[in-house]
Design a protein around this ligand. Structure first.
Ligand code: ADP
Length: 320
């Protein structure tokens, strides 16, 4: 049994990170284990910006987006010297294990720390992109998808009023999950994702035909990894001569009060991670797959590329 652990959030923030860190802290305290909070991710670890936490330090945060611990990107962590210093900063406080809540990059950094120093690590997937291999859910993806669907609903009103084509660019890095599920939920006519090739000329022809047959408006969701919404919108306008507008949703997708799903799942994952690290486990990431908690090998999680669910792709085509 470990006697003292630490938790941090790192990389891009996502709604539910607070609920997750809260669960890690309260589970550790419930088990009688000391728990440290590290501010600003790996940057804070190198700057020794950390504090021993009490129950009340995580009060009033479950409903908040962002992360009360702060997050950062840290170049120095990419060097072995940086990671060695991080290890020493943990060791000199008697911290015996680290829980990292973050995306792909943060988990990769955690995996290297464990490999080089033997520091026990448990990872938790905190990212709206839902791009971590071995799981079909990451903390924050549900809230972000709901934010996008809300935007699609509003864009539909104005698209319909003006008979416009609306192109909406959404986040997701190289993963099309956010675009696909929000496009399906919002009833978009076209969904462009990086995992699937598309022929824009063919789509433009299709659109023009549809308008001729009386279609009043068209919604197209573009994953950022599939191309620039602005460029695609410009191309569609030129090719089809249809009244086209582009909306790039941007950072609004990262914020907001987490959904019930994100709060509950983040809490469940936080509890599992705390129990695992306390009991001496290491090099795993907890996530959800098919509705159940799964433990994925950390090395596998960061070294494999997630594939998009073909059922979703098929559904999008059927419902078009
Ligand atoms: P995310 O965790 O959301 O994917 P980043 O990719 O920016 O965000 O990663 C967050 C931080 O994790 C980086 O600033 C860096 O400190 C660390 N990190 C990312 N990739 C690596 C890597 N290949 N090796 C070591 N550390 C990394």
């Amino acid at each position: 049994m470990l006697k003292s652990i630490a938790v941090m959030t790192s990389g891009g923030d996502s709604p539910g990170m607070n609920a997750c860190a809260r669960a890690v802290v309260r589970t550790a305290l419930y088990e009688g284990v000391d728990v440290w909070g590290i501010r600003s991710g790996y940057h804070g670890l190198l700057e020794e910006d950390m504090f021993k936490m009490e129950r009340k330090d995580v009060s009033d945060i479950i409903q908040r987006g962002g992360t009360f611990l702060g997050t950062a990107r840290c170049k120095r962590w990419k060097t072995p010297e940086g990671r060695r210093l991080g290890y020493e900063n943990l060791k000199k406080r008697g911290i015996e294990g680290l829980v990292v809540i973050g995306g792909d990059g943060s988990l990769r950094g955690a995996s290297l720390l464990s490999k080089e120093t033997g520091m026990p690590i448990v990872g938790l997937p905190g990212t709206i992109d839902n791009d971590v291999w071995g799981m079909d859910y990451t903390i924050g993806c549900d809230t972000a998808a709901n934010t996008i669907v809300d935007a699609i609903n509003k864009l539909r009103d104005t698209a319909s009023a003006h008979r416009r084509v609306i192109v909406l660019e959404v986040m997701g890095r190289q993963c099309g999950w956010l675009a696909l599920v929000s496009g399906i939920s919002g009833g978009a006519e076209y969904i462009l994702i990086p995992e699937e090739e598309y022929d824009l000329d063919e789509i433009c022809k299709d659109m023009a035909e549809a308008y001729k047959k009386g279609k009043r408006y068209i919604l197209m969701v573009v994953a950022e990894g599939a191309g620039s919404g602005t460029e695609i919108g410009k191309y569609v306008a030129e090719k089809t001569k249809l009244d086209t507008r582009v909306s790039v949703l941007g950072h609004i997708q990262r914020g907001g009060s987490p959904s019930v799903i994100d709060r509950v799942r983040a809490s469940q994952l936080g509890e599992k991670a705390a129990l695992a690290i306390i009991s001496g486990m290491s090099d795993i990431v907890f996530g959800f797959a098919k509705g159940h908690v799964v433990a994925i090998d950390l090395h596998d999680a960061v070294n494999n590329k997630k594939k998009i669910d073909p059922d979703y792709m098929h559904l999008a085509k059927v419902l078009f």
